[in-house]
Design a binder for this molecule. Structure first.
Ligand SMILES: [Zn+2]
Ligand SMILES: [Zn+2]
Length: 294
């Protein structure tokens, strides 16, 4: 999951509950996977361990984000969520490699699973995640929607395991278990690589997704009293809170009142374009800018 879950809407209590539920369920899965001898269930445990790590970090972040800015971290603790994403990607990648190795060995020499146990865990998994989906379906925030969609994927994973166990119960195809496991592991790795790409782009201060740099520059240029714009920098603290700095050239006759008005206009429009934090430097026409060429 869910680089998104750390957002600000969800109460600490909900996160705390989600963390412990996921942790307990992950432990049940690990032991259940060993008990039933099913690599598919162990693979799902890797996924849920990733979820638990993410939720644990959200919980921690929710606490420290209340501290806001400090003299050591002038932007506050928002960027710590990137650290959570990186740790989670590592957990998922290492876990997936481990279960892939196991699964490929099983593919060569399939072993029977305890199918009754697998079915029981499958039903438990569908119920556990299904109830959470239904609960979140009532919510309206973007965050709740994202988490809900993720849990829906989790339900589908459990449905696949359940169907696999039922099929193996009636037909003797023990190879189905490692096939399921490999599919789930590939899906985890695919998600992790997408997440890695996104996280690295934020780390490297890439222009945030969903903000058009050209359009933002053009929008500033179109304001009355703006002759030109240069040295525009656009990046994101955490993929959600976007930051911009820019140099804006104004006519020499511009008064401080004109500037105050212009600044307000630009900040309002930037907020509409998902840039809540902008720092603007005004320059007079023909003033020599120390940064102009850069
Ligand atoms: Zn999940
Ligand atoms: Zn300048």
């Amino acid at each position: 999951m869910h680089d998104h879950i750390h957002h600000h809407h969800q109460g600490t209590e909900n996160i705390k509950m989600a963390f412990f539920l996921n942790l307990v369920f992950t432990i049940i899965e690990v032991f259940g996977g060993i008990f039933t001898n099913s690599v598919a269930i162990v693979t799902d445990a890797v996924h849920d361990l990733g979820d638990t790590v993410t939720i644990g970090f959200s919980w921690y972040l929710e606490k420290i984000s209340k501290k806001k800015r400090t003299k050591d971290f002038s932007y506050g603790y928002t960027r710590f969520s990137l650290l959570a994403a990186i740790i989670n990607i590592n957990v998922l990648a290492l876990g997936s490699v481990f279960v892939l190795k196991e699964s490929i060995e099983r593919l060569m020499s399939p072993e029977p699973c305890n199918l009754e146990g697998m079915m029981a865990l499958g039903v438990l998994g569908v119920l556990f995640n299904g109830v959470a989906v239904l609960k979140l379906k009532k919510g309206h925030s973007e965050n709740e929607r994202v988490v809900m969609l993720h849990l829906l994927e989790d339900v589908l994973g459990w449905v696949a395991i359940l169907i696999g166990a039922v099929v193996m119960y009636f037909v003797d195809v023990p190879i189905l278990d490692p096939i399921l496991s490999i599919s789930i592991a590939c899906y985890i790795l695919y998600g992790a690589s997408k997440n890695l790409k996104r996280t690295l782009s934020i780390f490297l201060q890439g222009v945030p997704k969903g903000v058009n740099m050209e359009m933002v520059t053009k929008m500033i240029k179109q304001e009355a009293n703006v002759l030109d714009v240069h040295d525009v920098h656009l990046w994101s603290l955490d993929g959600d809170y976007n930051v911009l700095t820019a140099h804006i050239i104004v006519p020499e006759k511009t008064t401080m009142q004109d500037l105050a008005y212009l600044k307000k206009e630009i900040h309002t429009k930037l907020k509409e374009h998902k840039v809540p934090h902008a720092t603007l430097e005004f320059e007079l026409y023909k003033e020599n800018c120390h940064l102009e060429a850069h």
